[in-house]
Design a protein. Structure first.
Length: 242
């Protein structure tokens, strides 16, 4: 049997709040009710989600999550980012709601993914469909790159931002001088992203200033295009304030 469709049903504190958020990302309402309980359905092409409202619900304590497989994670990320900028003037990188940057993760077979944490505290985990994308990658060779792999699992998959930052900061302190420039810039940018999630804008500013001071060749800049774009988003969010 084929052609099955699964639509996650996730909790939130307000269906109005959740609908506004997803409409910002390009979704449209497909269903709406307030009685006998509040519920809203949202759809963006074949991407469908439904939410139910709970009185007194705390998004910080939410365990709601789902996995969505797509053909192009970066294209979807950029579409979501554009929606956030149109409404907020920046990509939301800290607090609830927020969105992470697409990265390959060793705990998912190196499938590239990013997460949207919505106003209900639900983690919408978006990955490449491994049947349609080549997610192969070389194993990291530098100690800093290996540490960053572990930090990404903790920070982007498990949501343990504080421990991810500790691992990355420790590795930067030990290996900064001996690390190839590509790995160094990637780690500095991710460290800045983690600092923003922790509310430490001063630390994020220090790391982003270090990124800006690194001398790069044209080829290195091209290889780091996604990381440098992320650095620009982070600086915009850092200076924009709440």
């Amino acid at each position: 049997m084929s052609g099955e469709i699964t639509v996650p049903l996730l909790p939130c504190r307000s269906i109005d709040e959740i609908a506004d958020f997803y409409e910002m990302l390009g979704f449209e309402r497909t269903y709406w009710q307030t009685k006998p309980y509040p519920c809203v359905g949202l759809r963006r092409e074949d991407f469908q989600l439904q939410f139910f409202g709970l009185d007194g619900f705390d998004p910080e304590a939410s365990y709601g999550s789902c996995v969505v497989l797509v053909e192009d994670t970066m294209a979807l990320y950029e579409a979501f980012a554009a929606g956030m900028r149109a409404v907020h003037g920046k990509v939301l990188v800290a607090g609830i709601p927020r969105m992470t940057r697409p990265r390959k993760r060793k705990n998912t077979g190196n499938a590239a993914g990013f997460s949207v944490v919505d106003p209900g505290g639900n983690w919408i985990r978006i990955f490449h469909n491994t049947d349609t994308a080549d997610d192969s990658t070389d194993e990291p060779t530098s100690q800093l790159a290996k540490a960053m792999q572990n930090a990404v699992v903790l920070g982007d998959s498990k949501g343990d931002t504080r421990q991810a930052a500790r691992i990355l900061d420790s590795a930067l302190n030990r290996h900064r001088a001996s690390t190839p420039v590509i790995d160094l810039v990637e780690a500095l940018v991710y460290g800045a992203e983690l600092s923003m999630r922790l509310g430490d804008r001063a630390r994020a500013g220090v790391l982003l200033a270090e990124v800006a001071a690194v001398e790069l060749t044209g080829e290195q800049r091209e290889n780091l295009s996604e990381a440098l774009a992320n650095a620009a988003n982070l600086e915009q969010a850092r200076t924009a304030g709440d």
